[in-house]
Structures are given as C-alpha cells and as structure tokens.
Design a protein around this ligand. Structure first.
Ligand code: TYD
Length: 143
C-alpha cells in the first residue's frame, strides 16, 4: 500500500510469542516469523520524565513495532483524518506502526521502557517532523 494512503486501521497489535515459567517470562521476536518486516535497527526509550511526550512525527517508509518492554504508555496514531489511541502495557504485545502515520507517545508510567524494532537504519530524511507538512503529504494521496 502507498505510504500516503495508510490509515490508523493498518496499525495493529501483534501478539508476540511468550514463554512463562516460575523463573520468569521470555518473549522472542524473529524476523519474518513474528513481524511483517525485516528488523534493521533496535532502540529503546527509557528514563522518560513524567508528563513527557515523545514522537510527534511521521515516517515515509519506516515500519516499526513498539513494545512496552516495561510499564505502560499511550500511542496516539493519526492518519490525518482519524486519531486512534492505543495503550501498550504488555511486554508480549507489539504495536505495528506503518509508514505515513503521525504518532505521539505520552502517559509514560514511571520506569517504563519503550522498545522499538525498526525496518530501516536511522535516516533523518525519512522523517516528517512538521504536522502541517504531514497533512499536506497525506492530502496529495486522497482519491
Ligand atoms: P526521535 O526519533 O525524534 O525521538 P522520539 O520520536 O522518541 O521523540 O529521535 C530523537 C533524537 O535521537 C534525534 O535527534 C535523532 C536521534 N536518533 C538517532 O540518532 N538514531 C535513532 O535511531 C533514533 C531513533 C534517534
């Protein structure tokens, strides 16, 4: 699907594999098997101050899987027409965020960790950081 045409409903929760034991739990993510893209970068957000908002941008090509590896936070997805808020609070669930979606992360619980698996290496040129530019970009793809 063309990046400009993506909607918030193309973003979905993926149930990750989990192994419970008395010794604790483990969740495994493997390329192709678990998520619909090849992982080329992993990063994580942590030590996020209370009340802080992260994100506030969209990507042209990048696909990501967001996981609340610890704690919880909200992801506000916005395709220019529809806004949808997804709360992540389970380490065995990932939110697939497709390209062309404005996202904001907020309401981080104390000590939370947002793990991000990404389809491409860091490329500032792939970012849309201006909301006005994002809306203009999406408008081009209407109809
Ligand atoms: P950014 O993606 O804007 O963070 P967030 O969406 O969580 O608010 O990245 C914040 C800064 O970190 C930005 O100046 C660039 C840098 N950065 C890298 O150098 N490499 C990366 O892979 C990422 C994700 C960010």
């Amino acid at each position: 699907m063309k990046t400009g045409k993506t909607s918030v409903y193309d973003c979905s929760i993926i149930e990750l594999d989990k192994h419970h034991s008395d010794a604790g739990n483990i969740t495994v993510i493997e390329n192709q098997d678990t998520i619909p893209f090849e992982v080329n970068r992993v990063y994580y957000l942590y030590d996020i101050p209370g009340g802080q908002e992260r994100g506030g941008h969209a990507h042209k090509e990048l696909r990501q899987l967001l996981v609340a590896a610890s704690g919880s936070f909200d992801v506000v997805l916005n395709d220019g027409s529809v806004k949808r808020t997804v709360t992540l609070n389970r380490p065995y669930q990932g939110l697939l965020v497709v390209p062309g979606i404005w996202r904001e992360l907020n309401d981080f619980s104390s000590g939370s960790v947002c793990l991000v698996l990404a389809s491409h290496k860091y490329d500032e040129a792939d970012y849309m950081r201006s909301y006005e530019d994002f809306l203009e970009y999406k408008r081009q793809f209407l109809n």
